[in-house]
Design a protein around this ligand. Structure first.
Ligand code: SF4
Length: 135
């Protein structure tokens, strides 16, 4: 059995507590608080203690889905991006950029959230962007 502890940062909220993932045979098995981390100093809230669960969840989406005739169908990334770009252009032309809003997630990196707001403002042309940690 291969067991190691990998330091990381909790992605559930903007506090950014330090965590230590217990990895057994390449699979994240549990989450521990990182005692040496200055933000949380060995403490985690209930969400942080369960951080590893969504990583291995059977409900986690691993491929894009496109809804056709009321049912979600698996799609490639190219198909999903083409589909989304076409829909964004159509909505923007028909109703203007403020008809579009973008919600980003605490479960992606700061850099990805930055890119999402940049895309919303610079490409779509609206300030309608928000983040789940504010809700
Ligand atoms: S452990 Fe709790 S307080 Fe700390 S970053 Fe995660 S969600 Fe936020």
């Amino acid at each position: 059995m291969d067991c190691k502890f990998v330091p990381s940062v909790c992605s559930y909220c903007g506090t950014g507590c330090g965590v230590l993932f217990e990895v057994i045979d390449g699979r994240i098995n549990s989450t521990l608080p990182l005692k040496s981390y200055p933000v949380n100093q060995g403490k985690l809230c209930i969400k942080g203690w369960n951080l590893h669960e969504y990583i291995n969840s059977f409900m986690r989406l691993k491929t894009p889905l496109i809804k056709e005739k009321g049912k979600f169908q698996k799609a490639t990334w190219d198909e999903a991006i083409d589909y989304s770009a076409t829909k964004f252009q159509k909505i923007k032309q028909e109703f203007g950029p403020d008809a579009i809003g973008v919600l980003v997630s605490a479960k992606v990196t700061n850099e990805e959230n930055y890119l999402a707001q940049k895309f919303t403002r610079a490409v779509i042309g609206t300030n309608n962007v928000d983040h789940c940690a504010r809700l």
